[in-house]
Design a protein around this ligand. Sequence first.
Ligand code: SAH
Ligand code: SF4
Length: 417
Amino acid sequence: MTTQPPDVTPSFGLRPAPSATRARDERPGVSGLAPGELEAWAKEHGLPGYRARQVLDAVWRGRQAGFGEVLTLPPPVREQLGEAFRFDTMAETEVRLTDGALTEKALHRLSDGLLVESVLMHYPARAGARERHTLCISSQAGCAVGCPFCATGELGMERDLETAEILDQIRAAQRRLAADDKHLTNVVFMGMGEPLMNLERVLEAIEALNDPVRFGLGARHITVSTSGVVPGIRRLTALGPQFTLAISIHAARNPLRDVLVPLNRRWPVEEVVAAAREHAQATGRRITYELTMIEGINDTDADADALAELLRGDLAHVNLIPMNQVAHTPWTGSPASVVERFAERVRAAGIAVTIRFNRGTEIGAACGQLAAEHLGQPTPAVVQRRRERIVAQSAAALRGERTSEPSPIGAGEGGRA
Ligand code: SAH
Ligand code: SF4
């Protein structure tokens, strides 16, 4: 395998409007409604039950852009629907192609002006493997966790996405694919945001994805990635096998993980791995551990050995991804030889390891990278201050000192998950 040159993303025209300046459209997005809710709405409006089914068909199978185009419905019903619901919660979507059209990065503007991104990745058919079309979606606008290597983390938290706002990223991609007679085959929650901090809506969205009457995508084709919200992982375990769980581990040693994934100050790595282990045992599904590799920071032999020790004997699979460079850090992705050496040491402990050398098409790298670009670059002085802080924190962590900074998630908030 060889490392590809970094992906150059052409810039988008869409610019965010500060959330405070624009009122949010209060009408629920129609895709967020369960079939029973639509039936109840139809009944309340004196409409026959089959009208709800016609709406569902248009929302999930149709190519219409609004209720006005759903010709199976009488005009007054189209009007009533438009008054009650939004057909699409994405006020505007702009799509850019990269990697020779193998990656489609979409920037969505929400009704209050905030921007979120989704990334559609095409994998052509290969011997023994069918073609795949994987969509990476956002669950929040921004993210409160604040991992220093992540463009979304740098933005801070804006707000949770509504169920329909999660699902409409998928509908937008499916509409584009359907135009070429293709179908979305996989959905990964690896875009902006921490899905387990918006768990109710993420679960509602997954239910709609699984539902044969709505999107009809099998649980095996859905992956949820978390930075380690332990109560959320436990709730997922109680629900049974719904999808693949991916844990963003990044470091097996607490002092370093406190810096790379600040949520570690609330739920340390052993607790995260214990919850993931219970999940694997209860569901029989292998856990994916993602490790974004940063040169000289978390890619040493000691880090590989600590990871191997932590996961030894588990139903686990490790994914190594060299970090994609972001402006506000002085860090770069680990070179291929270092990544391969790290992989070998972890494999020696009997743990399955894959390496994803990114070129912008790969999930972690493709997602979370666009956001900062649209807010404009911070001033050089701000970048310098952030860099100095990250360097000081990681140097202390590498000496084994734990940070005294608080967790980004307040004491009560984790219970929300
Ligand atoms: N908040 C969740 C899901 C969204 S982030 C989580 O952290 O798991 C999805 C993945 O993208 C994470 O594994 C994250 O570590 C990775 N990622 C973020 N920034 C990256 C970067 N600059 N280079 C490579 N991977 C990155
Ligand atoms: Fe949030 Fe995930 Fe980015 Fe960390 S890596 S800041 S948890 S989106």
